[in-house]
Design a protein. Sequence first.
Length: 450
Amino acid sequence: MHMKIVTLLRVTLSRVRTKVLLPAALLLAASVFTASIEVSNHRSNAQITLPAPDADNGGITLPAGFGAVTVVDSLGRARHITVNNNGDVYVKMGRLKDGKGIFLLRDTNKDGKADVVKGFGTFPGTGIGVANGYLYASSDTSVYRYPIKDGTVDDNAQPEVIVASLPKQRSHEAKSIALDNQGKLYVNVGAPSNACQEKDRVKGSASQDPCPLLENHAGIWQFDANKPNQAQKDGIRFATGIRNAVALDWNPVSKQLYALQHGRDMLSQLFPEYYNDEQSAELPGEEFLLVKKGADFGWPYCYYDPQQSKKLLNPEYGGDGRKVERCEGKEKPIMAFPGHWAPNDVLFYTGNQFPAKYKNGAFIAFHGSWNRAPLNQGGYFVAFVPFGTDGKPSGKWEPFAEGFAGGPEIKSPGDAKHRPVGLAQGPDGSLYISDSVKGRVWRVMYSAKK
């Protein structure tokens, strides 16, 4: 969610190696490992000193060459995270902890662990990011910012209100945010509904056509990131027809906005004449969206079927699992994932620490499903999607970080030990991942050897 600084640095992977430490530094070896990386337009053999990963990588599994250290273990209901240029990590809390809604994690002795944990702000919420010399953070109805002075966030300052009075709602309430490099702020306003029925999720309840929620919900709004006291009416409805997009990020390479949608639920429960339980578990696909100004992705009238590669008419509006009709011409995703995995954050990786295949690709945090029965529940991991120079995926997605839930037989989210929810990139190229169950934060690092 934070502003990622695009560089023209090229990592030569064949030069990445772990240094062998001299006996005089054996004590240091227990806490750090050093990677030597050649940078094409910077000094050669620049030394990046990283903490040693935990013996068990904080309980998660990673690709060969990667390790993870637990920055903090039990912060609470963590949501999105961001990292300042000085390495300070900021965590937005979904619920107040000790009366505070944002937590600073600072590692002063460089062992990877937060030895300073400080709370501030009195509003819970999801969105957080660093841009334009400020720390931006959102509640479920507003967006605030704190100034950065001398490289450090002034957490004692009274936060400035940038956007206020966004819709207050009981479901899909998270106002996730993204910031571009042109002074614009993007805010997700989810729809508090499954498919815009008169009685939500009730079999036989009539659909609303046109759907009144589209006026102030189910889209992404654009605001001036530097103008205080804006209301929703002061923003631009940048895109519509998006049921809920907690995962939202600006890609600094393609200079475009991206989001992942939480698809609708209960196809077989509400319309058993058209869908069986297995189909309902897989449909609709969780959509990875390239969000352009004026785009309409079709909710609540349409959903995406990845098996047919089509936007189809929702059964509430006359669909039967085959009809397209008014969904012809609605924007399609650039990629789709199995249903109900709950993508909750996306991050475009611009660092140089990881191998070249990860450069400019997207990491996606899947929070995990609750409604894929009779199939096993899915999600609960971090995926990676390679991207090409055209701003679209250049290959298939692959698992990156797994093992958060604690076992393969997850029956419900309550069974999960951890659920990944937020992603951030550190100034040295480390990847940070937050957990919403206990509030663990991981720092993922790369070393050719461990």
